[in-house]
Write a protein that binds this ligand. Structure first.
Ligand code: PMM
Length: 269
């Protein structure tokens, strides 16, 4: 079985690179993107809008000011880039700047122009399960059976995409861990991810440093301490035949995937 691709996270938000002005900010982001690639990231996921619970929205113009120079520089260096955006306009600008993948946490629900843009650019499209913006998603975490409900809602998104002319072969699905989901929901989705995969699309898992992993650590542990649990999930994702894992710390996930590769080799007689 193929090993999942590793998507390295590059958040280009003011709080991620706090020192200096806009220029240093962009330079620091570019350097980090190249570092992620050198550590073995197959794709660098560039995002300019925080989707953390309670985060405020930024304008599409501000988002583009943050991400476009970074995408241009990274693609010029031969890095494969995905753009983490809910805005069709930003997705289009990113495509023109050289991005190969549109990663939309809203699965097309935040911007009515997204599917048309995906169809026009013909880029790979990651459609995540989503129910509402960060300010409201906490109240939307109600399910009868989270896995069946997420599957049904993703299936409805797929049907809508096809109406707009998106090619099914260009669509990757994502269960959206932590987005309108509590810890129990996230574990159910991970444990029964085959039910999401049965929709017939590649699947991406984004568990990295999310809050549900904090429960395994001392209460005051910083988010970076969640990298071990993240790496374990990368190994589990490989076992489950996932297409990609989206992570902050690439080296620890590389170790986890090496363990998977060695186990696969060990199975051969
Ligand atoms: N999670 C975040 C942002 N973008 N994209 C995809 N496809 N899947 C995710 O789970 C996902 C995402 C939020 O995490 P971050 O703020 O730590 O990047």
């Amino acid at each position: 079985m193929a090993v999942p691709q590793v998507m390295g996270i590059l958040n280009v938000t003011p709080d991620s690179f706090s020192d200096g002005g806009q220029f240093e900010h962009v330079d620091a982001a570019i350097a980090r993107g190249i570092e992620l690639r050198n550590q073995g990231a197959d794709v660098v996921d560039v995002g300019g809008e925080s989707t953390r619970p309670g985060a405020e929205r930024v304008s599409a113009a501000a988002e583009q000011q943050r991400v476009i120079p970074v995408i241009k520089a990274l693609t010029a260096e031969g890095v494969t880039v995905s753009v983490d955006t809910m805005n069709a306009e930003t997705a289009l600008a990113a495509a023109e700047a050289g991005a190969s993948i549109i990663n939309d946490v809203s699965g097309g629900l935040a911007d009515p122009d997204m599917y048309r843009t995906v169809a026009e650019t013909d880029l790979l499209y990651i459609a995540m399960h989503w129910r509402g913006h960060s300010t409201t998603m906490g109240q939307l975490a109600h399910y009868d059976d989270v896995v069946a409900d997420v599957r049904r809602e993703l299936k409805a998104r797929l049907a809508e995409m096809m109406v707009w002319g998106v090619k099914p072969t260009r669509v990757v699905l994502d269960p959206g861990l932590g987005f309108a989901k509590d810890a129990r929901h996230n574990w159910a989705l991970l444990a029964r991810i085959d039910e999401i995969a049965s929709l017939g699309h590649p699947v991406l898992i984004g568990a990295s440093r999310k809050r549900f992993l904090a429960k395994m650590l001392p209460t005051d542990a910083p988010p970076a301490d969640r990298d071990l649990a993240t790496a374990v999930i990368s190994n589990v994702s490989a076992e489950a035949g996932m297409w990609a894992v989206r992570v902050h710390d690439v080296p620890s996930t590389q170790v986890a995937l090496s363990v998977y590769r060695a186990m696969q080799k060990g199975k051969k007689r």
